[in-house]
Design a protein around this ligand. Structure first.
Ligand SMILES: NC(=O)c1ccc[n+]([C@@H]2O[C@H](COP(=O)([O-])OP(=O)(O)OC[C@H]3O[C@@H](n4cnc5c(N)ncnc54)[C@H](OP(=O)(O)O)[C@@H]3O)[C@@H](O)[C@H]2O)c1
Length: 224
């Protein structure tokens, strides 16, 4: 059955892995809401893949995504809320207003705006919202205040959304630790627990994003 899957941050890391899996399904139309394309994505057919260049830290998310109305019909729609930033990894007194604004825009505000847009404009579609969360939503980690609190925020936002919109499905999924750019930037950061993250990498305990993507897609009944 035809379906459309809209993914934020689909150019690298877990977001790209979702595309790598879904592109094999001819019935799946993928919309990437990202700042750039991966090399492979540049050659994907427009029948299966649409790139909407979008910087989630900016104030124009709502007006930029109106093109989705022209791309989506009456098929089931999945929104994978994947893009997030973890920086800055610093104690609270070292957060500046610009960094606070940016993290809130990328991790919280853009998710709320996109979710609101789908609920307003695709009332009769079967909608599935998938929030890529983290253990950090429920665990306080020193120097991660913006990241931990934004993960907790969106988990609760999705729980409220599920109460308000029972016909649709809202998932909060913790992907576990994966070998992506985010982990690399954490290993290069300063925080009390950093050695544990370096050890996970050294001991080969980081999961491959492609395996995680396949598992998550199966959980939300999108697996091939
Ligand atoms: N890696 C882990 O161990 C881990 C563990 C738990 C949860 N997670 C969660 O898993 C999800 C994917 O993480 P990842 O590890 O794949 O992270 P990643 O490698 O850092 O990739 C992050 C993605 O977000 C995009 N992004 C960042 N800022 C953006 C902006 N302003 N506008 C548009 N896109 C933006 C990036 O695009 P650009 O290339 O344009 O920056 C990239 O595609 C995140 O929600 C993360 O919190 C990851």
């Amino acid at each position: 059955m035809k379906k459309t899957v809209v993914i934020t941050g689909a150019n690298r890391g877990l977001g790209k892995a979702f595309v790598d899996v879904l592109i094999k399904d001819q019935d799946c139309f993928i919309v990437s809401l990202s700042r750039s394309l991966s090399e492979e994505q540049k050659s994907y057919s427009s029948k299966q893949f649409y790139f909407l260049e979008l910087d989630l830290s900016k104030n124009n998310v709502e007006s930029r995504i109106t093109v989705l109305k022209d791309l989506i019909g009456d098929e089931p729609v999945y929104f994978i809320n994947n893009a997030n930033i973890i920086e800055p990894v610093v104690t609270i007194e070292h957060l500046d207003t610009e960094a606070i604004d940016k993290a809130i825009s990328v991790n919280i505000k853009s998710t709320m705006v996109i979710t609101n847009y789908f609920l307003r404009n695709f009332k009769t579609n079967l909608l599935t919202f998938v929030n890529i969360s983290s253990g950090a939503a429920n665990r306080a980690i020193c120097n991660w205040s913006l990241y931990c609190s934004s993960k907790a925020f969106i988990e609760m936002f999705f729980k409220v959304a599920q109460c308000e919109y029972p016909p649709h499905s809202f998932f909060n999924i913790n992907p576990g630790v994966m070998d992506t750019g985010m982990q690399k930037s954490l290993r290069d950061s300063h925080f009390p627990d950093v050695e544990n993250f370096k050890d996970l990498h050294k001991e080969g305990q980081l999961k491959a994003p492609i395996d995680v993507a396949a598992e998550i897609l199966k959980t939300v009944q999108l697996g091939t």
